[in-house]
Design a protein around this ligand. Structure first.
Ligand code: TPP
Ligand code: MG
Length: 319
């Protein structure tokens, strides 16, 4: 594997820090009562999104989930549109109709973030088929959690995707937990067997990758993308990672064994990349600059207009 150029690695470092700080801000504005609904944070999982999305082209499609802030920001969503969406404002990426769980932008190729577990997997399979039937050099990249791999749609869609050589790359962000349950307690696999091995049942290529290592994730997704567009079929990638916070904002994650969170923080994705490129000394200045960007974007977003009552039915019924 050839390491990406320094400038690219620097960009990834900045993106991961930005995502981390933006999510702290999301919690802050939530506590100020500025966020309708709930929020699902991805802190700890930044490398999985930045590495994978860094391997895509602008034409590729993306399916993610309600835990999708990192995907949106890694894809380059404007920060103000991001915060405005989370605050339900008309200036948000979805005109305030989505909120935190549905921060997507079709113009960035983000075609959905279903909160129904596993629902994005068949959709991505279909998008990948569209690319194949049209003969296009593009893929659908589909992110979902470890819990989603126990849903029927996962198995049906993987079988179909492999059978029809859909141009799709599946990425399990195995953050070790479903809603509140360790994945090992809900998954019928031999102890220590990766979930990715399930792809073998469908004859599909699969791989396990260190989800804390952005370079490794990027490399794996780049290979899988090349395989998909060459017509050699999809890949199921399992990025092994960890969710620092609980499932949603009401969950302190007290069910986790003592020491587990700290052990994962020893392998923080931002720290790993910073050390790897000799940028430890730059972290403070970077954080300061990015914090300012985050604060300013959130302040501007909070000034954004609310959707009007008339808009409540827009995007629901066809004309
Ligand atoms: C079909 C379905 N069943 C149950 C739920 C409730 N639910 C919401 S999140 C979640 C856990 C999903 O875990 P995982 O796929 O590992 O994703 P993570 O939240 O860890 O990112 C569950 C069971 C749901 N949204 N949809
Ligand atoms: Mg999970």
């Amino acid at each position: 594997m050839t390491a990406p150029p320094d400038a690219v690695l620097r960009t990834w470092l900045e993106q991961m820090i930005l995502i981390r700080l933006a999510e702290d801000k999301v919690m802050e504005i939530y506590m100020q009562g500025l966020v309708p609904g709930t929020v699902h944070l991805c802190q700890g999982q930044e490398a999985a999104s930045v590495g994978a999305i860094g391997a895509l082209t602008g034409d590729d499609w993306l399916l993610c989930t309600y835990r999708g802030h990192h995907h949106a920001l890694a894809r380059g969503m404007d920060l103000e549109a991001f915060f405005a969406e989370i605050m339900g404002r008309d200036s948000g990426a979805c005109r305030g109709m989505g909120g935190s769980s549905y921060v997507v932008d079709a113009s960035l190729g983000m075609i959905g973030s279903p909160a129904i577990i596993g629902a994005g997997i068949p959709v991505a399979t279909g998008a990948g088929m569209t690319a194949r039937l049209r003969g296009e050099d593009r893929i659908a990249m589909c992110f979902f959690g470890d819990g989603a791999c126990n849903i029927g749609a996962f198995h049906e869609a993987l079988n179909m995707a492999q059978l029809w050589r859909s141009q799709v790359v599946f990425c399990i962000e195995n953050n070790q937990y479903g809603e509140y349950t360790p994945f090992r307690d809900s998954t019928a696999l031999p102890p220590e067997a990766p979930i990715a091995h399930r792809a073998a049942a469908y004859g599909m290529a699969h791989a396990v990758v260190d989800g804390q290592d952005v370079i490794a994730v990027h490399d794996m997704v780049a290979q899988a993308r090349a395989r998909a567009v060459a017509g050699d079929g999809p890949t199921l990638i399992e990025a092994q990672t960890y969710r620092y916070r609980g499932h949603s904002r009401t969950d302190p994650g007290a069910y986790r064994p003592p020491g587990e969170l700290d052990a994962w923080k020893e392998r923080d994705p931002i720290g790993i990349l910073a050390s790897g490129i000799g940028a430890d000394g730059d972290l403070e200045a970077l954080r300061e600059r990015l914090q300012q960007e985050v604060d300013e974007a959130a302040d501007r977003a909070a000034e954004g207009p609310w959707p009007t009552l008339d808009q409540a039915r827009d995007y629901v019924f066809a004309d």
